[in-house]
Design a protein around this ligand. Structure first.
Ligand code: CP
Ligand code: NVA
Length: 297
């Protein structure tokens, strides 16, 4: 059966552990003589470079294409483009505006499809986050992770992964920007270790890791002014970090906007894991590709 990674919940907890083990193992030439299609409807630094280099380290050849060049649903339907690419490549990876684009790809692809970020989720980031926390903060089942700010694609995938591996999640998000009741129930069905609050100070209390992301995700630029207003008071600064557990670490998937969701002092300070976290995107990319190829064989 062809396996895909569109959301972290496409994996069982055991499979997520397997992805992490494959990630930290030395690369194997599983892509020798094979291609990987990398389709981007949005900009990227980490995702493009880490995926391209993971493919090279595994003996394959990455082919980068901008979404508008393929013209998904403009020049040709998503399904036609996907079926053709599946004849050239061992894996198809896409960064898309609408999550439905990757679900449509997966529905018709004979090779694994990887979500490289959609409006719903960012599973590659969550795998890198787990690897980083394990290395720098401790076993996931011992961790309380606070998410401050916008409950977005990165937050959803991180929460799913942390809960699946035995950790707990505390959200500190403004009204209307946290997980809603249905989403909180969905997360609690993964594991009943979720708290939600409007108050960032109570959310970080006892947290071993404090994680945030931009207040304005790609595709939300028109809401920028309103969002900056709604999120003022949710900047992760030294004062907020001082309410977390002693020795708590700070994480950010980047790009980071200093002075908005995080102060420069925290982002660039000794508690910050943002750079090793970004570097682990390469580690994670190898593990995800290896898992999907082996699980689909
Ligand atoms: N964190 C992340 O996905 O970064 P890019 O948008 O630069 O790929
Ligand atoms: N939430 C951000 C993550 C960027 C890596 C976005 O979607 O733009």
């Amino acid at each position: 059966m062809t396996r895909h990674l569109l959301d972290i919940t496409d994996l069982t907890p055991g499979e997520l552990r397997q992805v992490v083990s494959l990630s930290v193992a030395p690369p194997r030439p599983l892509l020798s003589g094979k291609g990987v299609a990398l389709i981007f409807e949005k900009p990227s630094n980490r995702t493009r470079h880490s995926m391209e280099m993971a493919v090279v380290q595994m003996g394959g050849h990455p082919v980068y294409t901008r979404g508008e060049e393929i013209g998904l649903d403009a020049r040709e339907p998503v399904e036609d483009a996907t079926r053709i690419l599946a004849g050239y490549h061992a894996v198809i990876a896409a960064r898309v505006f609408s999550h439905s684009t990757v679900t449509r790809m997966a529905a018709c692809s004979s090779v694994p499809v990887v979500n490289m970020l959609s409006d719903r989720s960012h599973p590659l980031q969550a795998v890198a986050d787990i690897i980083t926390m394990r290395e720098h903060a401790g076993p996931i089942d011992s961790l309380r992770v606070a998410w401050i700010g916008d409950y977005n694609n990165v937050a959803r995938s991180l929460a799913e992964a942390v809960l699946m591996l035995g950790g707990s999640m505390a959200f500190g998000c403004p009204d209307g920007f946290g997980p809603d009741a249905a989403e909180t129930d969905r997360l609690r069905a993964i594991a009943d270790r979720v708290t939600t609050s409007k108050d960032p100070v109570s959310a970080v209390a006892g947290a071993n890791v404090v994680h945030t992301d931009t207040w304005v995700s790609m595709g939300q630029e028109a809401e920028s002014a309103e969002r900056l207003k709604m999120f003022s008071g949710y900047c992760v600064d030294e004062k907020l970090m001082s309410s977390a557990a002693p020795g708590a670490r700070f994480m950010h998937c980047m790009p980071a906007y200093r002075g908005k969701e995080v102060s420069a002092e925290v982002m660039d300070g000794p508690r910050s894991l943002a750079i090793p976290q970004g570097h682990h995107r390469l580690t994670a990319a190898r593990g995800v590709i290896a898992f999907l190829l082996e699980a689909s064989a």
